[in-house]
Design a protein around this ligand. Structure first.
Ligand code: FAD
Length: 468
């Protein structure tokens, strides 16, 4: 730090902000990280991590129910869910991971300030001024560069407010009990995860989606397969549904949807989020935002002000934790003038939904790829034909690769089934590294693993699948 001016001030300690702070310290930059709530941000405390911890309990329940098939007898009766213990484990997982982040910040000697930061009118050209409202009062912070990583907040719909029986996804995942019945509005990744977890843990769930397909960003066949599986998990799926009225009161929630009234104990709204920029003071530095309220950035995450960068849920692209973290690396390396820095390619960012069965993808769907005018080579391989899926007793799902027949390039890849979120990593590497489907079809994969389904899908795209 020179004359009380940090090299970098990062606002927000989610997967964007804490990674920015650590990368900045690795590159020798003096760094202050300001957080108004909890280290780890919403991802670790309220969203990704609590969600996956509760979903894991639902997955374990599924496994235990299948135990007899594997020759493992349970002492008596059917397995029961002790949700208090589910919640305790969820909280332990959050504590372990956020504690780990806190430890990393300490080891890297990041200065952490607890409080709410806003940009203050500039007192000079060579630095950016911030005011942090801390428990001890306002504190001025100056930095040569600022990285905004303030994330996003849930939006209510239909004139409802969050509170009582109406919760956002954080309210669902941090709940202390499983509601007897639950309506979920919005069947994107978050809504489908809530439905798949709480349905399996005992709620009667109604999942309501306005678009004709749940998981609207995914392949129609994958959405259909998930929809069928959700039906076996206590979830009634209403897709293409029109909500005409919704009200919540002491007695419960009533939703008029497509000509019927759905009555439930609780409602989770998973229908949209907005960037958390209220009171940030963007106007003091003329930071441009687009029509959706997202901060405009270039490929190096630079805003319209040369000293201010923005990453994560407050900028364009998919709202995903790993995207926020990689943008953090790009922003800091740009500030440091690192020779290897390169803009992220949005099309190469994998996405995953941790419902049962898992869904994951990278790049284009077949319809989107066709719309580019390319001649496609499409290969699909069912997990049932992969030895590992039979060995593990989980044969539902498939891997699909969409290639450009002229160039061999992978345009999109999709997986549904066990460990799909892990399987997509290889396809993301192949797509990003320009390993075409014909090359992938000749790379040796360990046996017996689910990854052999990726190999065979690549061969299918090239016209010579072996295990068919
Ligand atoms: C239910 C749910 C499940 C999800 N699951 C996944 C998943 O499995 N995988 C995945 O990749 N993504 C998932 N996401 C998306 C993921 O949570 C976000 O993309 C990610 O959290 C974005 O990271 P971020 O660093 O931009 O912001 P956040 O994680 O939102 O962190 C921003 C931080 O900034 C702080 N802050 C805001 N304003 C200020 C201020 N003025 N001063 C100081 N601090 C401030 C906030 O308190 C917060 O801690 C999920 C989202 C939801 C809602």
């Amino acid at each position: 730090m020179t004359d009380g001016v940090f090299d970098v001030a990062v606002v927000g300690a989610g997967p964007g902000g804490y990674v920015a702070a650590i990368r900045a310290r690795q590159l020798g930059l003096s760094t202050v990280l300001v957080e108004k709530d909890r280290i780890g941000g919403r991802c670790l405390n309220y969203a990704c991590i609590p969600a996956k911890a509760v979903l894991r309990s639902a997955d374990v329940l599924d496994e235990v129910r299948k135990a007899a098939t594997f020759g493992v007898a349970l002492p008596e009766g059917s397995p029961a869910v002790d949700f208090a213990t589910v919640g305790k484990r969820r909280d332990r997982v959050i504590k372990t991971l956020t504690g780990g982040v806190g430890g990393m910040l300490k080891r890297h000697e990041v200065t952490v300030v607890e409080g709410s930061a806003s940009l203050a009118p500039a007192s000079g050209q060579d630095a950016v001024d911030l005011v942090v409202q801390t428990a001890e009062g306002p504190r001025a912070v100056r930095a040569a560069h600022v990285v905004l990583a303030t994330g996003s907040v849930a939006l209510p719909v239909l004139g409802l407010n969050f509170g009582g029986r109406v919760v956002d996804t954080a309210g669902a995942w941090l709940a202390g009990a499983v509601p007897h019945s639950l309506a979920v509005i919005g069947a994107g990744a978050s809504g489908v995860e809530v439905a798949s977890a709480f349905g399996r843990l005992g709620s009667a769930v109604t999942l309501i989606e306005a678009l004709p397909q749940i998981l609207p960003a995914e392949e129609p066949a994958i959405a259909e397969l998930v929809s069928k599986e959700l039906a076996k998990q206590n979830v009634r799926v209403l897709a293409g549904a029109q909500i005409t009225a919704a009200a919540a009161g002491d007695a419960g929630v009533a939703i008029d949807v497509s000509g019927e009234r759905v009555q439930t104990d609780g409602l989770c709204i998973a229908a949209g989020r907005a960037p958390d920029l209220a009171g940030i003071g963007a106007e003091h530095y003329g930071i441009a935002v687009d029509e959706r309220g997202l901060v405009e950035v270039d490929g190096f995450q630079r805003t319209s002000h040369p000293r201010i960068f923005a990453i994560g849920d407050i900028v364009r692209g998919p709202a995903l934790a790993h995207k926020a973290s990689e943008e953090a690396v790009v922003a800091i390396e740009s500030i440091a003038g690192h020779p290897d820095v390169e803009p992220l390619e949005i099309d190469n960012i994998p996405r995953a939904t941790f419902c049962s069965p898992q869904v994951a993808a990278v790049g284009l769907t077949e319809d989107q790829a066709r719309a580019t005018g390319a001649t496609l080579a499409v290969g699909e391989f069912p997990l049932a034909a992969a030895g590992a899926a039979t060995v593990y007793g989980d044969r539902l799902g498939f891997v699909k690769i969409i290639g450009d027949a002229a160039t061999g390039e992978i345009l999109g890849a999709h997986a549904v089934g066990p460990r799909a979120a892990d399987l997509i990593a290889e396809l993301a590497v192949a797509k990003s590294g320009q390993v075409g489907y014909k090359d992938l079809a000749r790379i040796v994969h360990a046996h017996p693993t689910l990854s052999e389904a990726v190999l065979e899908a690549a061969r299918a795209a090239d016209g010579w699948v072996i295990h068919a």
